[in-house]
Each structure stands twice: as C-alpha cells, then as structure tokens.
Design a binder for this molecule. Structure first.
Ligand code: THG
Length: 274
C-alpha cells in the first residue's frame, strides 16, 4: 500500500490544541521537519502537507511547508489544497528531484477542475481525484461511482496515465448511516475491476468521525478496503498498530511476495508489543 502521511495538517489537534497550526504560524521548521522525518522513517512514501485552516496566508504557508519538508526528507510531497494560489506557490518551490509531486486534489466541480488541471499537466504530477462534482458528494454509491468514472475519463482524455490517477471514493462518517461503509467499499471494488491500472486512495479516518474509539474503526476499515483492492491511503503512519495490520493484510492478500515485507518488518521490531 502506498502510504501518504497525513500528520502535517493544520487542522490536526493534539489534546484539543491546534499544535500544527501554531507551528506553521510560528514558522517552527524543527517541529515540522520532525513530523516529516518520523513519518518517512516508518514507511510514508509521500508526505502530505495541508495548511487549509490558514484562510489568510495559505499560499505562503504551503510554500514554506514545501521547503521545510523537502529539506528534511528524501520523499515526494502530496500537496493537499483546493486553493490554486497555494498550489501554484508550493509547486513553484518544489524540488522535482524529490520525485513527482502528488496533487491532492482535483474534483469534477467545474471551477476546481479548470483551476487544478493545468498544474497537473505543467508539473507532470500524479493526482488524487475526489469523487464529487458541483452537486457535492453523492450519498448513493452508484452515483458516486459514475462521478469517479467521469473523472477518470476526463483525466485520461487530458493525457494523464491511469497509473498517475488516484481515485478517492470519499465517505460520510459511519455515524450518519449504516450503509456508508459498504458504499465506500463497493466503489473501491468496482473501480479496481473496471479500470485495471488505476489506483484508489482514501483518507480512511473520515469514516470514524464523531465515533468513539476512532482508531479501531479506521483500522477495521483499512483492512476491509485493502480486501477490495485499495492500494493507497492517507493515514497516520505513526499508528504502529495500523501499520502492522497493513503489512499483515497485504501478506494475506498475496500482495507481499513470500511475505518478505511482513517478515522484514517483524525482524526490524515493528510489531513488538502488538
Ligand atoms: N482525502 C484526501 N485528502 C484528505 C482527506 C481525504 N486530506 C485531509 C484528510 N482527508 C486526511 N488527513 C487527515 C489529517 C488529520 C486528521 C485526519 C485526517 C486528524 N486526525 C485526528 C488526529 O490525528 O488526532 C484523529 C484521528 C483518529 O482519531 O483516528 O486530525 O479524505 N484526498
């Protein structure tokens, strides 16, 4: 599973405090560099950066985050913003030597589609496509699937390879209806069957919003989604239990030849105490 580390996000709170937002506002490079390194060390392929809570100054903040992250780890960046001005500044500062950027994200909303696509093309970026359009996020799984299909069609028409597209099925929290988990799983399964070569990605923790023991639901959802073919996740790679479950599940699904990755992680001590 391709891991996009989600921890550098100004909306994240630690014990109720907007610790990341404070660090970004104070331009505390050591704190951010540490978050990037800790995620990279445990297997994050991409480091996601999101400064979306800074309504004033998001472009400057995202450019600063780009510089700090690329100076601290040898990993490509996932640019998590709907704001074209922020994307423009961050991508202009990005060192392509770190690997191709991931743009998080484009949608089928007319304005967002038109504003974001030029950056995907200009920077030869990989792109996350959220299954939503101008009518929002369709609760019905089949309707949401058709938005995802439409996005895949538009992106490939624009010359983007399937292998560079990560479709995010999106989800509502499980507390809003008992069928939302099944809807998300259904979309992942159908996309992976209908478009061999495309990727699916999910910000798994949306499913547990407002529920007790969120980690447990996130962990269970990750295993279920992997079973439907999900091959990328925006997750907290510093959740050791979640990472251990991912290695175990991938071995069991035959996605880890001779379980070598699982065995190696075990030898490295990644499962100690689990
Ligand atoms: N899809 C895409 N991009 C996304 C999301 C998505 N970017 C933002 C978000 N969703 C994923 N990133 C985060 C970042 C922080 C948190 C959740 C998702 C967060 N989590 C709490 C924490 O860390 O304290 C609680 C998590 C928990 O209890 O499990 O703040 O869906 N494309």
């Amino acid at each position: 599973m391709l891991i996009v580390g989600e921890r550098i996000n100004t909306s994240r709170k630690i014990k109720g405090e907007p610790v990341i937002e404070n660090a970004v506002k104070a331009r505390d490079a050591d704190y951010i560099a540490d978050l990037a390194r800790k995620q990279f060390e445990v297997g994050a392929t991409y480091i996601d950066i999101n400064a979306g809570t800074l309504t004033m100054g998001e472009p400057e903040a995202l450019e600063w985050l780009t510089r700090v992250v690329q100076d601290s780890v040898d990993a490509p960046i996932s640019f998590d913003t709907p704001n074209p001005a922020a994307l423009e500044r961050a991508l202009a500062a990005y060192d392509q030597g770190k690997g191709r950027p991931l743009i998080n994200s484009i949608t089928a909303e007319q304005t967002r589609w038109e504003a974001i696509l030029p950056f995907v093309l200009k920077y030869k970026a990989r792109v996350i496509a959220l299954a939503m359009d101008d009518s929002g996020i369709q609760p019905d799984a089949d309707k949401r699937l058709s938005v995802a299909q439409e996005l895949i069609g538009k992106l490939t028409d624009a010359g983007i390879a399937l292998d560079d597209i990560y479709v995010d099925p999106l989800t509502f929290p499980i507390g809003t209806g008992s069928d939302v988990g099944v809807a998300m799983l259904d979309i992942i399964e159908k996309l992976m069957i209908q478009f061999p070569g495309v990727h699916t990605i999910a910000g798994i923790s949306n499913i547990s919003h407002g529920m007790p023991a969120r980690k447990l639901l996130n962990q269970a959802m990750t295993v279920l989604a992997l079973g439907k073919g999900l091959d990328a996740g925006i997750i907290d790679p510093n959740d050791r239990y979640l990472m251990a479950l991912i290695y175990a599940t991938e071995a069991l699904l035959g996605r880890d030849e001779y379980s070598m990755n699982y065995i190696t992680k075990s030898r490295e001590g990644a499962f100690e105490g689990i």
